[in-house]
Design a protein around this ligand. Sequence first.
Ligand SMILES: C[S@@+](CC[C@H](N)C(=O)[O-])C[C@H]1O[C@@H](n2cnc3c(N)ncnc32)[C@H](O)[C@@H]1O
Length: 276
Amino acid sequence: MKLVNIGCGQTLHPDWINLDLVPSSPAVRSFDIRRGLPFAERTCDVCYSSHVLEHLQPAQASFLITETFRVLKPGGILRIVVPDLEQIARLYLASLEQSLSGDSQAIAQLDWMRLELLDQMTRTQAGGEMGKYLDRLNDQNPDLDKAFVRSRMGAEIDNYYQAKKLTRWQKIQSKQPTWYLQKIRVKIAELFVLLIAGKQAQEGFQEGLFRNSGELHRWMYDRFSLQQLLSQTGFIKIQVCQATESRIPNFNHFELDTLQGQIRKPDSLFMEAVKP
Ligand SMILES: C[S@@+](CC[C@H](N)C(=O)[O-])C[C@H]1O[C@@H](n2cnc3c(N)ncnc32)[C@H](O)[C@@H]1O
């Protein structure tokens, strides 16, 4: 079986071909999926992508889905996982309504939902306001609703705090030499921008690079728009499923959408489709 994990981040399994713009380990192939997929037509059995589509502009996302259709064999399965815009919007409105009557728990939940909706799309630095919020949450701030945030982030919240505990040396070791080379190139370019065009241009340059780094959300999907995108591309048997439910053989064994029995990203919309 040729299984492809597109934009794997740190969530990978050795039985899969793992692709990412910023490889988290040597097991990940460095590839910019905005260029398409590096496979021949009808050669893959499964394409899986979790929390990646929303990082692409709509036209780029549509191109990626077309690429998955091209590389999948007939009968091949596409599994897409994205933050669920419908669920986020419903929770935002529900917590807003309750906040108006002064309910402190609802106010805390509204704060978090605002981060899911806005910070993910507008941040200008790694982690953004959500990162600062998660750091305060760890400090046992009583005005924050830890249980609610955990219900939204699932097992990912533990990964976040574990990554925070890495030593400087562990962080240095986790990067590949090409990452450092690119950093040096960018620093030199930044210096030129500052010298030639001034401070504001330098800030614009930094922000532009961050916006292109793959961290930011550029679009969001609900069960209707994602289904539409897949069916327009030619996929059939499109289904919303649970995190633990899949037509991919032994999917739970790979621990991509679950981690030790816990759902990794409960805030998600899970959808599968088949290439005819
Ligand atoms: C939110 S993370 C999700 C990672 C993982 N799939 C998961 O579910 O935990 C988004 C990932 O998409 C990757 N990504 C974003 N834009 C990309 C691109 N153009 N090409 C390849 N990977 C990209 C990022 O580097 C990042 O690892």
